[in-house]
Unconditional design. Structure first.
Length: 458
């Protein structure tokens, strides 16, 4: 690997993880971002030089420049890097290079669950003493990091399919959690082009690589690979049986080839997390990990940052933050809300990308069953240009027309959203923020408003 790197937009969750990994490998790292953040501050403490604002003068000489798909072609640092003839990596190129460093590579992919499964695998292995290297797409709360570099045997990574770059990776064991239409701005032919990308990814794997697929996902049965193994709740190589859901935990037995492998307890809520835990057990079992050595740690994993994460509470009002930005993810998250009996559940939905809202409009309309109220905010564009007729306001109007669920549109930034919804909140309310954008600060803004009232009262 090279020894000097510059990251454009270094503060993102994926980019900051890669930067941290390089710093722990003794590389020289610099970067830029449009604003300061806790991720940026952590990188500075590890020795990175980070600039706020993108400017061609930020670019050091003789470095590899790392950028993501979100970086526009007219970014001044990217333009300068091309003029200087510097090597320019997409973040996937860097992750692919890291993954080839003589380690046993376990990858997690699919439309949903790849952050949770990669984080859970990293967590249980780390606590069991295996000390894996890993790069995942979220903060593992109990560890407080999204990546780590060690000299031990195993490397775990989340493999992103959103822009087709998954074809660059070649894990020894790969999990494909599921496949659904998403990122249709890139996959123009929908499932046809998404499946073609995964077929290419699988065809690039070594002959002894093991591919684990969710056998309950019909689409995945269309994929072909040298060594396919399955997991699921029905007929599969690895199955979860005797599932018991309680208020505090979920327990189930894991069977391999119809024989009991182990019994697990997890505190993650929802049927989708049974699939996630099962996928992790299957992948680590295939990687040669002693399941009895790691099983107890499943019960202490509280989930990834921004995955149904409780971020605050005041006056009997609980606030949760969730990264869900696809209809299936929203349904899965809101299914967890069933445990809040006799409480008013308010879903605050920030649509992520105009293209996703447009392409999955009807699916989003059916994603909010089971809540007592939906608040829709403006679309988080994520560098996209607006699409005529596609907006938070128009979505809220149609949801109100086609659903019995009370729905309200609130415009403005998250500070404004919090300010407008705050007066109507009641003791016992459960607020669930949904989206991959700035919705994550909603809890902080609501708590700040409450603290302001407390200070006035005192």
């Amino acid at each position: 690997m090279k020894r000097k790197y510059h990251f454009i937009a270094i503060g993102g969750i994926g980019m900051s993880g890669l930067a941290k990994y390089l710093l722990e490998n003794g590389c020289e790292v610099s970067g830029s971002d449009i604003k300061d953040s806790k991720y940026v501050e952590k990188l500075r403490k590890l020795g990175a030089k980070v600039y706020i604002g993108h400017n061609e003068s930020n670019l050091p000489e003789d470095c590899v420049v790392v950028a993501s798909t979100a970086i526009r072609e007219d970014n001044p640092e990217l333009v300068k890097a091309k003029k200087m003839g510097l090597t320019i990596y997409h973040r996937s190129d860097l992750l692919a290079e890291i993954s080839k460093q003589d380690k046993f590579f376990i990858g997690f992919s699919g439309t949903h669950g790849k952050t949770t499964t990669s984080g859970l695998a990293s967590y249980v292995m780390d606590l069991a003493g295996y000390e894996p290297s890993f790069v995942v797409g979220g903060i593992i709360p109990e560890l407080g990091v999204n990546s780590q570099s060690t000299k031990e045997k195993y490397f775990i990574a989340e493999l992103d399919e959103s822009d087709g770059t998954i074809v660059k990776y070649s894990p020894n064991v790969c999990v494909i959690n599921n496949l659904e239409p998403d990122h249709l701005d890139f996959y123009k032919d929908g499932m046809k082009s998404l499946l073609a990308t995964f077929e290419k990814f699988i065809s690039n794997l070594k002959e002894d690589a093991i591919v684990l697929i969710n056998n309950d996902c019909e689409v995945l049965k269309q994929l072909h690979a040298h060594r396919v193994m399955t997991f699921g709740l029905n007929k599969a190589d690895y199955t979860a049986k005797n599932i018991v859901f309680t208020q505090d935990c979920t327990t189930f037995d894991v069977y391999y080839k119809e024989e009991l492998l182990t019994s697990l307890s997890i505190i993650l809520k929802g049927r989708h997390n049974v699939y996630n835990a099962l996928a992790v057990v299957a992948s680590l079992h295939q990687a040669g990990i002693d399941i009895e050595k790691i099983k107890k740690h499943f019960a202490t994993f509280s989930g990834m940052g921004r995955r149904f994460q409780k971020v605050g509470e005041f006056d009997g009002i609980s606030i949760y933050d969730d990264y869900a930005h696809h209809p299936t993810e929203i349904k899965a998250t809101l299914s967890c809300a069933e445990s809040f009996k006799n409480k008013r559940v308010i879903a605050v939905f920030q649509p992520h990308r105009y293209t996703r809202l447009k392409n999955l409009w009807k699916d989003f309309l059916g994603a909010f069953d089971g809540v007592d109220k939906v608040i829709v905010t403006d679309v988080y564009a994520a560098s996209e240009d607006p699409i005529e007729g596609i907006s938070g306001r128009s979505f809220a109007c149609e949801l109100s027309e086609k659903s019995d669920i009370p729905c309200e549109y609130i415009s403005g930034d998250m500070k404004e959203v919090a300010k407008k919804m705050f007066p109507s909140l009641e003791n016992g309310d459960v607020i669930i923020g949904l989206g991959a954008g700035t919705i994550t600060v909603l809890g902080k803004e609501l708590i700040s408003l409450n603290e302001g009232l407390v200070n006035i009262a005192n």
